[in-house]
Design a protein around this ligand. Structure first.
Ligand SMILES: CC(C)(COP(=O)(O)OP(=O)(O)OC[C@H]1O[C@@H](n2cnc3c(N)ncnc32)[C@H](O)[C@@H]1OP(=O)(O)O)[C@@H](O)C(=O)NCCC(=O)NCCS
Length: 259
């Protein structure tokens, strides 16, 4: 029994237990090569692979994702050992915080995270939006963003804490759009999903129906123009109903302080 880095030969045995993980299937097959390339794709091996977990290290944080344990080997602390392994590596490079994102209804995973001293930090809602030609929108590219609106933003389904520099770089790249009306404001940070092409990922702050409506129309049209097939919106707010906007699920953003 050991934990090691996964390699390309592990793909077939690993994907065998990462097919029907959730009611809708799984996404590990789509991200496998890109996680291998990034490194830190940890694999728990008995005589054969029985569990995986991927970690992404940046600045002072660890992002833990893709914990999958073969159903025949659950409740043997394999998931816990993989996460602890990922944390130990991060601690060596002075990571201060570790995060994971868990579907609010995934009780086993939330229990495991709690048992490893992760706490519920924030709840985020996931909406999908269908691209559509839509010329009726009034937005501007933000030149600055109050950092209290976005202490975190989502990049390729990973949450990163922001600071003035990160936000102003995003503004400079025209990645931050805003709509303001009657003293109310909605703001969106847009980006690509590195591991799944043609997917636009949006971190959204919604301040009013009208301003959100502008942002939504803009995003739909932008996606058509840039050939995106899907728009995925992550927001802390519960959004009003809009045509083509569908609420999917909510996630617990779990956080652990490592020191
Ligand atoms: C969630 C998952 C990763 C847990 O892996 P695991 O190796 O079975 O978990 P562990 O044995 O390390 O569990 C540690 C603790 O977590 C809690 N826990 C784990 N699974 C649980 C379950 N099904 N029900 C209740 N508590 C559970 C328990 O407190 C457990 O300690 P205990 O067995 O001494 O009571 C595994 O069930 C899995 O692969 N699920 C499908 C994929 C998934 O949901 N991944 C996480 C996405 S965020």
């Amino acid at each position: 029994m050991k934990i090691r880095e996964a390699n390309s030969f592990d793909k077939i045995p690993v994907l065998k237990f990462c097919k029907d993980t959730f009611s809708w299937g799984d996404y590990v097959d789509k991200v496998w090569s890109s996680w291998l390339e990034e490194g830190n794709l940890f694999l728990f091996e008995k005589q054969f692979p029985v569990g995986i977990c991927h970690a992404f290290y940046s600045e002072n944080q660890i992002w833990i994702e893709g914990i999958r344990i073969d159903p025949n080997f659950r409740r043997e602390k394999i998931g816990s050992k993989l996460v602890t392994h990922a944390e130990l590596i991060g601690k060596k490079t002075n990571a201060l915080f570790s995060y994971m994102l868990i579907d609010t209804e995934n009780t086993p995973s939330i229990s495991m995270a709690n048992s490893l001293n992760y706490e519920l930090f924030e709840i985020w809602n996931f909406y999908s939006l269908i691209p559509k030609i839509n010329s009726d929108h009034k937005i501007e590219f933000a030149k600055s963003v109050p950092s209290n609106l976005f202490p975190y933003y989502v990049n390729s389904w990973r949450w990163f804490s922001t600071n003035e520099k990160i936000l102003s770089d995003l503004c400079l790249k025209n990645k931050v759009i805003k709509s303001s009306l009657d003293g109310k404001i909605s703001v969106a940070i847009v980006g690509d999903y590195k591991h799944h092409e043609k997917t636009l990922i949006v971190t959204l702050f919604s301040g009013s129906f009208e301003t959100l409506s502008n942002i939504i129309s803009y995003l739909q049209n932008y996606a058509i123009e840039k050939n995106y097939e899907r728009i995925q919106i992550l927001t802390k707010e519960k959004l009003s109903s809009f045509d083509s906007l569908e609420y999917k699920i909510s996630f617990n953003l779990m956080k652990k302080t490592l020191i």
